[in-house]
Each structure stands twice: as structure tokens, then as C-alpha cells.
Design a protein around this ligand. Structure first.
Ligand SMILES: Nc1ncnc2c1ncn2[C@@H]1O[C@H](COP(=O)(O)OP(=O)(O)OP(=O)(O)O)[C@@H](O)[C@H]1O
Ligand SMILES: [Mg+2]
Length: 246
């Protein structure tokens, strides 16, 4: 369980990106964080793997305050949390297989035969075994994101953070990626945190959702409840329920 407790983040220079965020994300959940551009979604998700350190508050994972971790302990923790991005983040000069093997290099300085076998199985899982020797530039965006998902799975993470993972994709590729993430969640029980500005994405795969506006959580609950009975203005706008004449 990930427990975000009273997290605030002020960037150097004074931009206050997050204010007193409290959220609990259960193990095995697919949890959506939705909000307009600049709401603080990326900052929030980056506090979970400590790419950003909260200026106040803490992030507690399975009872451990991970904001207190440093050095080797922090590196070990970060390996439990994988991340995928809008821009895929693959290494252009490496083959698909080498990209999927990259976390092994980062963790152990080498790739064992067993690692390579596991990487090929992961490519099989995302339907791209035959692209192992291709380079990222030879793949479509949707295929590149599937490689990024295989790479995210390489170290058997407990959590996958997805920051606008489908924003650069067409509707068909978006559905393929969302279904893949949902199936992987069901097969492995991995917790998935989905950042998006699309209610459509939330509706398709999330069980729970938090709505972020100007660095604050303005609404949270089960997707069914929030969609059926949105409370915050920001949620209504994101749902497209705008009263133009109000
Ligand atoms: N490295 C940084 N230094 C200073 N301010 C930053 C930095 N990163 C983000 N911010 C500011 O923090 C606020 C939240 O930004 P963030 O990137 O978290 O929003 P977001 O919800 O992910 O937006 P988008 O949907 O456009 O990706 C914004 O006002 C932004 O300008
Ligand atoms: Mg962002």
C-alpha cells in the first residue's frame, strides 16, 4: 500500500506544485490521477518514486517511510517502482531486446542468460518477440510503448507509474496499451498508477481516482461513484459536463 501523507512540493524558485496531498493507493489497484495541465500530476507521481522529494509530508510504502531512504536503500526501493512515459523513453541506439534488458544492466552491471530469457518472455507477453532485434525508430508509437512496458516489467516491479502513457497514441493503440496494462495488473497483481487528463482512460481501466486541481486533491473515490455523482467543478469539466450558460 502506498500512503501519501500531507505531501507538499514547492520547487526552487517558489512554484508551489502540491499542497497537503493525502492519498492511499491499495496494493493491486489501478488508481487514476487526473487533472488539467499544470495541476501537479507529474510532480505527485514523481514523489512516489522520489524523483522529486516532497518539501513537506511523507510517502509511506508498506509501512516504511520511503522519503527517509538514501543511498543503496533508495536505489533498492526505486527498483520496486517502474515508470512509463508519454514519450516512451527508449534508447534509440539500442535494440528492442537491449532496451528491455537495460534495467538489469542498471541494477547488476550485466545481463545474464536468464535475464535475456526473461526479457524475451516479456517481449512475447507484449506481442513483440519478433521485433527483438529492431531499433525503436523502426516501431510505431504503440509498439514502442509496449517495449517500454516490457522494460518496466523486467525487474518484477510492485508498482508501475504511467505518466500520460497513452497521450501520444491514436485511439486504437491507446486501447491496446490500456488492455495490456489491465491484463498485466490482473495476471501479476502489480499496482498501477495512471496519470492522465482523459476521463476516458480513467473510465476504461481505473478502479479509483483522485482529481487534482492547482496542486490540491479536490475529489477522490471509486470511479463508479465519481462518474455517477461528480462533486468538484474540476471533475465536471473533465467529464465534459459544462453548463455553457451558467
Ligand atoms: N522542475 C520544475 N521547476 C519549477 N516548477 C516546476 C517544475 N516542474 C513543474 N513545475 C511547476 O509545477 C506545477 C505542476 O507541474 P506538473 O508538471 O506536475 O503538472 P502536470 O499536472 O503534470 O501538467 P501536464 O498535464 O501539463 O503534464 C506547474 O505550475 C509547473 O510549472
Ligand atoms: Mg505532467
Amino acid at each position: 500500500m502506498i500512503s501519501i501523507q500531507h505531501v507538499c512540493k514547492t520547487y526552487p524558485g517558489g512554484a508551489q506544485a502540491l499542497t497537503d496531498i493525502c492519498l492511499d493507493i491499495a496494493d493491486g489497484d489501478i488508481f487514476g490521477i487526473i487533472g488539467m495541465s499544470g495541476a501537479g500530476k507529474s510532480t505527485l507521481v514523481r514523489t512516489i518514486n522520489l524523483l522529486e522529494r516532497p518539501t513537506e509530508g511523507k510517502v509511506v510504502v508498506d509501512g516504511q517511510d520511503v522519503t527517509a531512504l538514501h543511498g543503496a536503500d533508495l536505489r533498492t526501493y526505486r527498483r520496486r517502482v517502474a515508470m512509463i512515459f508519454q514519450s516512451f523513453g527508449l534508447l534509440a541506439q539500442k535494440t528492442v531486446l537491449d532496451n528491455v534488458c537495460f534495467p538489469y544492466v542498471a541494477a547488476n552491471g550485466k545481463v545474464s542468460t536468464q535475464d535475456r530469457e526473461h526479457a524475451l518472455e516479456l517481449l512475447e507477453r507484449v506481442g513483440l518477440r519478433e521485433k527483438a532485434s529492431s531499433y525503436p525508430s523502426q516501431l510505431s508509437g504503440g509498439q514502442q510503448q509496449r517495449v517500454a512496458i516490457a522494460r518496466a516489467l523486467a525487474c518484477n516491479p510492485e508498482v508501475i507509474l504511467c505518466d500520460e502513457a497513452t497521450s501520444a497514441l491514436d485511439p486504437k493503440s491507446t486501447n491496446t496499451i490500456l488492455k495490456l496494462l489491465r491484463d498485466i495488473n490482473r495476471e501479476t497483481g502489480v499496482t498501477i498508477v495512471v496519470i492522465t487528463h482523459s476521463m476516458d482512460v480513467v473510465e476504461k481501466i481505473c478502479n479509483n481516482v483522485a482529481v487534482l486541481e492547482d496542486g490540491c486533491v479536490v475529489e477522490q473515490g471509486s470511479v463508479a461513484d465519481v462518474f455517477a455523482n461528480p462533486q468538484a467543478d474540476a471533475t465536471k469539466v473533465l467529464l465534459g459536463k459544462v453548463d455553457w450558460d451558467a
